[in-house]
Design a protein around this ligand. Structure first.
Ligand SMILES: *Cc1c(COP(=O)(O)O)cnc(C)c1O
Length: 380
């Protein structure tokens, strides 16, 4: 089956008791047993819920993996991956990754004896310089947030296989419509479902997609033991959101391209970071591992002044000033003071998150209105 059909049907059957075409919201915490231990596979809703099961099957099918586990947030999903590790273990992670992931790695898990190396992976061979006998996990984000770097998943996967590491790829920015990291050898594909999969800025959720049975068992055990599972109402909203993922992503790509080229020729704009430009550093890799370039981009202003960036992000009328991304509505944000404020200035400057860097999540509104809005906000 092709993507658009799976987005609408995978994991979902008409309800056997009524014929309802939509998966019911099983708003229950527990399930009645006929005799102790005699049940239909559902015991307690932290472990399993039928609405969530339908969603997990649907996302697994879109990521072309055997299994998916859904979590109460993207961070809940990432937390579960790190809990596969023990004190003394080391992780090599992309250096310009999502600010919340950086915060959790450094400020939570460093206290548990896990060591993190943040590495520039634009040339993925750099990873090998940080390998030690304790390295257990490669945590890769591509495209990266907010610099839109592209990381070669084939190279990452070769290094992971050779050194017996788990390769986890945060696929939030691309969504399964534009990129399937498991095709390139990822062992775990992580999502903040909050973003493109949910698509309507009304749910916080995470997911992990896995092929290996043993790895799935371990992750499901941690998930059920630690409890970061999503509720049935949210699972339903995401099932509903995913039905238009393919349509939304096409429009995100179309509008994204329009805005990226508009920004690039604007006199007040310095650099535009978007993997669809033929002169983007890893454009060739993007073309190889992605089927489109999406609606995420960032740009800097000439002069790199914080006040100028503040003016731009507060003047737009269609783009809303907000964190998050991937919804139908366009958002604008200022990473240095918002999503990446928890990263020390020296560290963020090194990765390119300068004072005037502005990030856009280009939505699916009319493209002309979006261009007009950005044009107005950039006037000095
Ligand atoms: C938002 C985000 C996360 C965290 O997900 P939540 O659902 O907010 O917990 C992780 N990775 C990336 C790339 C994100 O954009």
């Amino acid at each position: 089956m092709k993507f658009g059909t799976k987005a609408i049907h995978a994991g979902q059957e008409p309800d056997p008791s009524t014929g309802a075409i939509m998966t019911p919201i099983f708003q229950t915490s527990t399930y009645v047993q006929e005799a102790p231990g005699k049940h239909k596979g559902y015991v307690y809703a932290r472990g399993k819920n039928p609405t969530r099961t339908a969603l997990e099957k649907c996302i697994a099918s879109l990521e072309k993996t055997k299994y998916c586990l859904c979590f109460s947030s993207g961070m809940g999903a990432a937390d579960t991956v790190i809990k596969l590790l023990k004190p003394g273990d080391e992780v090599i992670a992309t250096h310009d990754l999502y600010g919340g992931s950086y915060r959790m790695f450094v400020r939570v898990f460093s206290n548990y004896g896990i060591k993190f190396h943040f590495v520039d992976m634009v040339d993925a061979r750099n990873i090998t310089k940080f390998l030690t006998k304790n390295t257990k996990l490669l945590w890769v984000e591509t495209p990266t947030n907010p610099m839109m770097n592209i990381i070669d998943l084939t190279v990452c996967s070769k290094i992971a296989k050779k050194n017996n590491l788990i390769l986890a790829v945060d696929n939030t920015f691309a969504s399964p419509y534009l990129q399937n990291p498991a095709d390139f050898g990822a062992d775990i594909v992580a999502h903040s479902v909050t973003k493109y999969l949910g698509g309507h800025s009304d749910v916080v959720m995470g997911a992990l997609c896995i092929n290996n049975d043993d790895l799935r068992e371990k992750l499901a055990f941690i998930q059920n033991s630690c409890g970061a599972t999503p509720g049935p109402m949210d699972s339903y909203l995401v099932l509903r959101g995913i039905k238009t993922l393919h349509l939304r992503m096409e429009k995100h790509c179309e509008n994204g391209k329009k805005i990226a080229y508009f920004l690039r020729k604007h006199p007040n704009v310095d650099k535009v970071f978007w993997p669809g430009f033929p002169d983007h550093t890893n454009h060739a890799i993007a073309k190889k591992q992605m089927s489109g370039f999406g609606g995420m981009m960032s740009f800097t202003l000439k002069g790199d002044k914080l006040e100028d960036a503040y003016n731009v992000v507060t003047r737009t009328k269609v783009f809303s000033l907000a964190e998050s991304l991937g919804g139908v509505e366009s958002l604008i944000s200022h990473p240095a003071s918002m999503t990446h404020a928890s990263i020390p200035k020296e560290v963020r400057m090194k990765t390119g998150i300068s004072d005037s860097l502005i990030r856009l999540s280009v939505g699916v509104e009319d493209g002309d209105d979006l261009v007009e809005d950005i044009a107005m906000s950039l006037q000095q």
